[in-house]
Ligand binder design. Sequence first.
Ligand code: NAG
Ligand code: NAG
Length: 363
Amino acid sequence: MAFEVKTCVMVITMVTFMANLLLVVDANQQVPCYFIFGDSLVDNGNNNLLQSAAKSNYPPYGIDFPEGPTGRFTNGRTAVDVIAQLLGFEFFIPPFATTRGKDVILNGVNYASGGAGIRDETGQMLGDRFTMNRQLQNHQITISQIAFILGNEVAAANYLRKCIYTVTIGSNDYINNYLVPQFYSTSRQYNPEQYATVLTQQLSQQLRTLYGYGARKVALFGVGLAGCAPAEIARFPKTELPCLNWINGDVQLFNTRLKLLVDELNRDLIGSKFIYINVTGITSGNPYAAGFTVANETCCATSMLTKGRCNPNTVPCPDRSKYVFWDGFHPTDKTNVLVASRAYKAQTPFDAHPLDIGALARL
Ligand SMILES: *[C@@H]1O[C@H](CO)[C@@H](O)[C@H](O)[C@H]1NC(C)=O
Ligand SMILES: *[C@@H]1O[C@H](CO)[C@@H](O)[C@H](O)[C@H]1NC(C)=O
């Protein structure tokens, strides 16, 4: 039995490895640099040294990742890891928290942090985190280093406008704020429409700041189907299954505004191209058609104590590629590959608006 499990793990590891190879076959790096902002969906280790409950640098996280547990909240790659591969990078973009040295910084940095939100108070109950505002401050540190390396600010600006930037933020403003009235007052202050508007307005300011720091090619990922996350379903009365449509409805109010924000920023900010990635659209098809067999359960064992994250040192499901969700909130490598692939090369006009990331890179 133990042998069988081992063989199975080996086979899956090999399949994952081969999938890696397939994705990095095109080794021509399409852009000089890639900067990543966001939350635990794309964090790759920035929280490891923080006082935070939002950590994942322990097994079984990273079971299908070459370096093992790194602080990624999934079994293998995050969506931005896959995007880096599709952009032709031969390595993953390193976390800001531990990145030093000019060669590394010039290729881009990942600022994402588990628990982070558009709003500063979001995720407070989980402990310390780099909020979107902090991530922008950290980016300011990076770009002053880049200006130093390249000699002056004009050279830095010329360089930075060629980079790809992705922003994956907003999930925690629901999951670790609006939907937790015991800790946060936002649901008493705002109805769902007002909250979506307030979030979009604040994000608009943040993105204008990012533009001010030289970003010109920016992809915004919409918030996913939070009402389908097993840990959310476990928290609320199961009035409607398989997903809590009232949560997905709240999130969709934000996504609709985010897409409009993209058009607004493209009108207002000269020389910029912002795009919207329709994560809910990409993930709302039939999971069985995409090769999944389990969409309503987590692959690793979770508990209330770990707040939907994997219980440390437990043995996860043997076939990760059958599961949409790895833990109570985060998708598996396979789901991340699906989202990243269609963000990079849209399969329908709904996937990415007005361009996909591949076209953004070619601009
Ligand atoms: C996302 O895509 C779906 C179709 O897959 C579409 O119905 C929906 O309007 C899109 N949402 C946004 C905000 O673009
Ligand atoms: C998930 O769905 C399957 C099949 O519909 C069902 O048997 C199972 O009980 C569900 N699991 C949970 C945790 O709801």
